[in-house]
Write a protein that binds this ligand. Sequence first.
Ligand SMILES: [Zn+2]
Length: 297
Amino acid sequence: MASKVRKRTVKLLRMSLSRAKCLVFAIFIIATNPLIAGTCTAFSKKLPNVGRELCEAARLQPTNSRSVNGQMIWMRDIKPDHASLRVLVVGAIHGDEPSSAAVALHWIKLAEEAPADTRQAVYWRFVPMLNPDGVFSQPSRRVNAHGVDLNRNFPTPNWQRDAKVYWEKRTGKDPRRWPGVKPLSEPESRFLFQQMQSFKPQLIVSIHAPYGILDFDGPLVAPSKLGRLYLDQVGIFPGSLGNYGGVHRGVPVVTIELPNATRTPLDADTRQMWLDLQRWMSERLGPVQGVASQASR
Ligand SMILES: [Zn+2]
């Protein structure tokens, strides 16, 4: 009798726990939906070749991090079971390169459409717009709301000495390239740094514009081309993500420089870059099932 009562109590407890979980989930959906809807309205107005439909289909997820002006830094995880490779894709580190955020959103769609065997291999984390304050300022600005070039704010060795000297001597104190007062002084760069600590990506893809080339930092053989973009390694800068991630931490960083900051490549080119990236990943980062056959089609 006592065991029957105990079983019934456990059953009731389980039921109320699952109801509580449903309730929390429902509250989360209700709370974030208007935020996502508002975000997608803003994204589709500001980003080239991004309609509301594409943005909403990307199902961006809120994070605990916000920009200097309090704008949400959104991300999206696509995590199949048994994923063997973690890849972080970052767009719009520079706010005046909106095409980079657009391409990241298109890639979310492609990642979701990938054949099941491909999806099983890669855990994607997309951060399509790291610098929302830069993107949404009028006009868009490279730097964040503190005037910091986020791609010079990462803690490379000797940052305190080199970043300032580089800014003064090599850029002539260009305000678009100010590295900030200290490494990781900005919430946006701190967010990406935390992602590197917790998500531990084995590859970082950083999307920029408008130089129309491909750059690479890190321990692997670089991809020679992605779509129409060819490898042209431009060297490293104090405090850049490529320098910090690729050279200092040994995580390969593919830097894509799209040919135009305010226009995306044609959708076919965006797709080809995606396929070429995965083909290179399967060659250099271990077997990514199904990718080679998909890429050669
Ligand atoms: Zn850039």
